[in-house]
Design a protein around this ligand. Sequence first.
Ligand code: CA
Ligand code: CA
Ligand code: CA
Ligand code: CA
Length: 345
Amino acid sequence: MKLKLACSAFLVPFLAACETTPPRADVVQIPAFAETERVASSGDAADDPALWVAPDAANSLIVGTDKQAGLYAYGLDGNITQFLAVGRVNNVDIRQDVTLGSQVMDIAIASDRDNLALAVFTIDAQTGALAPAPNGIIPIAGFADPYGACLYHAADGTLYAFVTDKEPGTVVQIVLGWDGTGVTGEEVRRFTVGSITEGCVADDRTGLLYVAEEMVSVWRYSAEPDGGETRAAIIPVDGVHLTEDAEGLALVERGETGGWLFVSSQGDSSYTLVDLETLDVAGRFGIGGGDIDEVSGTDGIEVMIASLPGHPRGIMMAQDDEEDGGGQNFKYVDLGAILDALGLE
Ligand code: CA
Ligand code: CA
Ligand code: CA
Ligand code: CA
């Protein structure tokens, strides 16, 4: 839970920091190379990005939530290409080339706090245009505040969505399909993490699901519908490696089981990489130190491993809590620059 304090003239003398803690001095700062236009809503509004890779990678899009208003799409230059006024969508995720029914599709999902539902969107495979999918509002029984959302494209081709209810962190797994009139969604699993839970990411290679319990730990579960409640603690929110809230999660995959889990450490405006095989901390960094303002109070993140113009190893994007001049937006960082700075390949 992010506490938002008004930075009034009265309060400032009594507070060490207003709204967000400045970036840590003891982690390497890596500059953003671009940033999006700010989201239209004021206050805490931008939350979570996802990525769509275009047939011509130069036309790839970043889809980001304004959690008060809807979904944005941005080009690699940060300019808005589309806005869907679909209300309070909080987290977003994308998978491409998935088969639903008999159709091969690109799909986005979002946690929908207005409809207490999973919201499903189609993405035009050529243009990247987003549209609400037919029958794409899938209500979730018993949910009070759909908060996190991520997709899992299983080895057998099945597409699942995970949605978390904010508190006490109930997670539902929904199998997605297409019945001729539109999307179908059927709950196949439900478990409770224990307290406020938002960020999640599934590793399609290994069938593992990572879930961030914001003030406690990042956990690893099976992503399979028969995975039950068995879990392993991956990294604690201990104020050293992660400072609450643990927010967005993203994966950089290497080989069959290797790579790193990126965890957004909101309380100290930094990111922690966990080695997926050893579970050791592989490095930490912040976003700043260049011409573009630093990222503070970081929230949702995503990483795209794709050869993009000027960024052959891919890019990371992160929500910035405080854009210079006001508002919130998303920053883009070169993935190669991150890995080089941390001595990783
Ligand atoms: Ca959160
Ligand atoms: Ca968030
Ligand atoms: Ca900033
Ligand atoms: Ca800026």
